[in-house]
Ligand binder design. Structure first.
Ligand SMILES: [Ca+2]
Length: 588
């Protein structure tokens, strides 16, 4: 190598050394979120590979997640050994290890150990007729098979929707051009009288032909909205999912049956909306809509969630095991595998017993509780009497096993609250309940692991996240009850500030919110699960570079460990951060 080249190389090293120092100085914490399954042996070499890359790229912190963290003790010595092995690997690569505890939100892995503590919704006075000795719900949706044409249905103006006599007299949608779906919408809807606080099951059939995008479900939906006004926008969607995810819709398929279950909550009128949102082309047919009270689907058995069956006038109370068979759903938290909640399976069959006071043809009323299904599953009740002891057990387990550098309170996406008898009895707002559990966990960590840092996601404590002042948040009872959830939070909880809202305005509001509380945050500028690098992340980093409340950066990828190998986003992210920090300095 000639001396000129040598000099050039040395200069290059010095230059990049200074360059890297900028980012390291500006953002002392450089972390990444790592979702794993430690029970699987193959996870170890994968974690090793990611740790090597992370060290090389300049990361110094890992936020470690595994659904087994909900009850790690359940998996015995083998799991303890694995956890220690993995934490050793991460530390050898100069990564501080932060473990997730206090899982309050959707989905909740604490329920694996105590499934009966799920946040519950009441189903009150559902009516069943006894047919052939079986509790049988009746359909309340008129003209769901279109035998009387479009009677009772309304259609999006200008959309190409008609009855197809040849396809079983079904409702036929055609999107040959954007004009067939004004404003991207092509929908039919019906307003229905329902009983408040009743678990209902909607079934229907859907056929498709060459349907195109926008997403994996092709934007086809059958959902329920409440707070019905004349237009369909700005309504409260009380139905967890658009279409049964266990049977995804294909671009072309023959009539296939779907099931959607929901609770009517406080509403006596709902809109059923079926059709397409932003589908880009193709044809589809809906038929055979039917809406019935759900037959004890996922009936919940807890002391505070009793089951009651009476005569139609409510005067006679019937006895379980004497007048009718036991009301149990074997698939409760046990669908396909233990701990799995599901609302698409066949409900239990309840029969009258010999000598029963209930007679064939009678109508009975039944009241019971069932879990509230939200985004991906079920949340725990934040007022559950067992929650605090469980969170303390988690903290002690990790302290004793690996003594983590910090704990991440995984309180996020608590999409249901307030209807459970435990919440009603507690008489506090959803924001207050989440605040209480956060402060409890914080104090326990201070007591059990005094040197460890405490982290928490922003969304349930952020007015620019999920804490709206004047809107509903999914199945949380009442508008704005999450607002003020942040009052009195310990100031040294470090916020992992991530937002799904890709708008600079929301990110700025959220940053200012935590700064005004005197709290520090780690900036998670969006997600990195796509194949192309998130283009907005740079903008969000530029916004935060001069904010003294921001003490670090976080790389957020939620797709699990296998996704790391598919892109170089992990490295590219810190490079982008370095560039932004260097520019931030030089512009001063
Ligand atoms: Ca039909």
């Amino acid at each position: 190598m000639d001396s000129k080249m040598k000099k050039y190389r040395i200069l290059l090293v010095v230059f990049f050394g200074v360059f890297l120092l900028h980012g390291a100085e500006r953002f002392p914490e450089r972390g990444f979120y790592l979702g794993t399954n430690l029970l699987v042996d193959a996870s170890v070499p994968k974690i090793k590979a990611v740790a090597e890359r992370a060290e090389k790229a300049g990361y110094n912190t890992v936020y470690l997640q595994d659904w087994k963290f909900g009850r790690p003790w359940h998996f015995g010595e083998r799991y303890k050994k694995r956890l220690r092995e993995v934490v050793d690997i991460l530390r050898r690569h100069k990564l501080r290890v932060i473990v997730e505890v206090c899982h309050v939100g959707d989905p909740c892995c604490l329920l694996d150990e105590m499934p009966e503590e799920a946040e519950a919704l009441p189903s009150l006075n559902s009516e069943f007729r006894i047919v052939n000795g079986v509790f049988t719900p009746e359909n309340i949706l008129p003209n769901g098979s279109f035998d009387r044409g479009l009677e009772g249905w309304r259609l999006d103006k200008g959309a190409k929707i008609e009855i197809d006599e040849k396809a079983g007299r079904s409702l036929h949608f055609t999107i040959a051009s954007p004009q067939d779906a004004p404003k991207g919408m092509s929908r039919a809807w019906m307003e229905l009288a329902v009983a408040p606080y009743c678990q209902y099951t909607l079934t229907f059939k859907l056929k498709t032909k060459d349907v195109k995008g926008p997403g994996p479900c092709f934007g086809l939906n059958a959902s329920f909205v409440a707070d019905a006004q004349e237009n369909l926008h700005g309504l409260r969607n009380i139905c967890r999912r658009s279409i049964d995810v266990s049977k995804p819709v294909k671009s072309t398929q023959d009539f296939t049956e779907y099931q959607v279950t929901f609770n009517s909550l406080e509403y006596s009128r709902l809109k059923l909306v079926a059709g397409s949102w932003f589908t880009r082309g193709g044809e589809f047919w809906f038929d055979d809509f039917s809406l019935k009270p759900a037959s004890f689907l996922n009936v919940l058995h807890r002391k505070t969630t009793p089951v009651k069956v009476t005569s139609q006038d409510g005067k006679k109370v019937y006895e379980e095991g004497k007048d009718f068979t036991r009301i149990v759903d074997p698939a409760y938290a046990n669908y396909r595998w233990q701990g799995n909640f599901d609302d698409t399976h066949t409900p239990p069959v309840i029969k009258i017993l010999p000598g029963s006071a209930i007679k064939e043809g009678d109508v009975v009323k039944a009241s019971y509780y069932h879990p509230a299904f939200t985004l991906r599953g079920v949340c725990i009740c934040p007022n559950s009497s067992k929650l605090k002891a469980h969170v303390e057990k988690q903290i002690r387990y990790f302290r004793e096993t690996v003594s983590p550098d910090g704990f991440l309170l995984n309180i996020d996406e608590q999409r249901s609250y307030g209807y459970d008898p435990e919440c009603v009895r507690a008489g506090i707002s959803s924001g207050h309940a989440l605040n209480k559990i956060a402060v409890f966990a914080y104090n326990k960590i201070r007591e059990i692991a005094p040197g460890a840092k405490v982290y928490m996601w922003n969304d349930m404590f952020d007015p620019a996240g999920n804490c709206y002042r004047d809107r509903y948040y999914y199945l949380v009872r009442g508008k704005g009850t999450l607002y003020n959830s942040w009052i009195g939070l310990p100031k040294d909880i470090i916020i992992l500030r991530w937002t799904t809202k890709n708008s600079a305005e929301f990110v700025k509001k959220s940053m200012d919110h935590f700064a005004s509380l005197g709290m520090k945050y780690i900036q998670f500028p969006g997600y990195f699960d796509t194949t192309t690098f998130n283009p907005r992340s740079r903008r969000f980093m530029e916004m935060t570079v001069d904010d003294p409340a921001c003490i670090g950066v976080g790389f957020g990828q939620w797709s699990g460990i296998d996704h790391f190998g598919k892109t170089t986003h992990l490295e590219d992210f810190l490079k982008m951060v370095e560039e932004v920090s260097a520019r931030g300095k030089s512009s001063k």
